[in-house]
Design a protein around this ligand. Sequence first.
Ligand SMILES: Nc1ncnc2c1ncn2[C@@H]1O[C@H](COP(=O)(O)OP(=O)(O)OP(=O)(O)O)[C@@H](O)[C@H]1O
Length: 657
Amino acid sequence: MVDPSMDDDDDDPLPFVDVSEELRVSPAAIGLDARLSAALESMGIRTLFAVQASTIPWLLRAEAARLHSDLCVCAPTGSGKTLAYALPIVHCLLPRIVRRLRAVVVLPTRSLAVQVEAVFAALTAGSDLVVGTALGDVPFALERARLVEPAAANAAHSAEPRGGSSRVDILIATPGRLVDQLRCADGGVSLQHARWLVIDEADRLMAQAYDQWLPLVLESAHLSPVAIAPRPLDAATPPFCARLAQPALADRSTGGASVAAGAPSLRKLLFSATLTNDAHSLSALQLRAPVYLRVGSARYAMPSSLHDEYAVCSRALKPLFLLAALARLRGSRERARDGGGERVLCFTRSVDGAHRLTRVLQQLGVLALEYSRNLQHGARADALLRFAAGAGGSGGEVDGRGGDEGAAPPPPCEILIASDAMARGLDIGSIGHVINYDVPTRMSTYVHRAGRTARAGRAGTCCTLVTRDQAKHFKEMLLHADRHPTAVHLEIGPTATAAPLGPPTDRDALLPSDVSRDGGEPEPPLALALDEASAARAAWIRRYERALRAVQRVLELERRGLLAMHEWPPDDALIGDDDDGWTADAPGEQLVDTRVSAAGAVGGAAHVGDGGEAPLRRDRAAHLTKLMREQLVARAAEGRAASKRSRKRESRGGAVT
Ligand SMILES: Nc1ncnc2c1ncn2[C@@H]1O[C@H](COP(=O)(O)OP(=O)(O)OP(=O)(O)O)[C@@H](O)[C@H]1O
């Protein structure tokens, strides 16, 4: 069920400064280093978006005035938050003389961190600033060697209280590996010179303890507080910068601490499209005189170029509705003559769900790939590359990486099936459509899923499949965020499928075969033909539904590892053939062909009646299902008995000792 309640209870909200979404400024106008303007130009960026046009001048002025104030930014997905913190950090570090670790950017996932690293790498190219990562993608010792000069080889730097000197100026990290590096007793990473701590997707990172990463990072950064005397802000300070000196803000968030000399030098920057302004929720960050900027006026920041849709569907036929939604998108792409380059990203609510749905779609002939924690990082990156290449294999870029030159193009992908954990931050240009296969139950989940499309001012749609009883709650939830989704009707049927699976749909084919079209016998009235057509369609859908159930059953068995059971009858005993008495129900009837190889893998496709494979006999299929069920029950009983025995043994052992 959809829970229409909002995510945060803003009992004690920080006041925020609204920034208009329309705000634009050129990089030169805000005094950005010319090298950065050139780097932006090479990225095709000539104008800064609202979040950048507000955040960057604020930070540059606060740095120049040596005022310590933290910054919280809530701006829509795809609005350019990465550059909003990367540009001022690189701008301030470009003139540095000694290499120290000055900026740490923490992100919740490795894929996101790789994405952000690519942005910093583009901005620092040609300078001597070094960007490093702590993501756990290489062995720990190698990662440490890349980040820190060994203490022994660095004896001259005796002023360093711990660890060696840094090999990097900017560190991009996931919390787990950052903690490992900080805890490393033998010359690990030190944050004593850190001036910026960026927490991207801050609400997500704060919601998860990750081995107490936040207290450790704050403690490490405060080892050696640097006294900074505040300077007055100049006259050109934007109106919201005046809040830097507002005691009310400092009092609420720091329990009375004010902006003063002797404060730690670390400036915290929090970014998210769903960042709370509840002071209590933010208290763990020990924010100092925070300024809260909100881009766009709505409670939940969403791109104005996003179009929300929903389609009511039945639970049992959901895969068919997904196929119908895909067919509808294919149709609209063809009409728009855009060459099918627009990607479709589909969300399920669980990793298991993503895996199952991907397999079902693949079995049905759709070019689908999975993108979830189920996969190793390499496999996930590969899935993204194939997805970015698109159904048409048109090429694309993910995480700043293109495909290998000269290498064979990867097999294409039409739809990527992702779990929620993957929703945040993923930036793939030209995702034109998001489909919520499972309805999101929280508004923040919806915001991050939908936010994978309609990025950087491009248009995009987010279509949510809801059952009849979920529709009301779903609409109420979106209404809270001032979103008014459009209802769309998805027609399930033959045209919804990738392959021509359905019965013939042209009118002639619906006429009885003994009726002459040349006028010998009158043609049946159109109404009769239509009746026959709809009956044929209904029959087709019923058969198709059975096909899906069969596929799902096999996938479930495969998931439980039961397809490899040695009790399975040999392959040829399972597969019927025409000589074995099998006949179709009616001429042209279509059949499920779910073959199971002797090795236990699912072979063949669950495709319908193309005559290429022998069908599984229905009575044998029923027998097989019964057999599987019995084996499942027996296994479960065995498992229960074994755990009972081991509990007994344990309790006896405990009594003896
Ligand atoms: N000023 C700009 N002009 C044009 N494109 C831009 C500009 N700023 C950023 N972009 C592009 O917009 C896309 C989205 O940027 P980014 O990933 O930083 O968004 P975000 O706000 O962090 O989104 P999310 O909340 O989903 O993480 C990127 O591909 C980026 O290159």
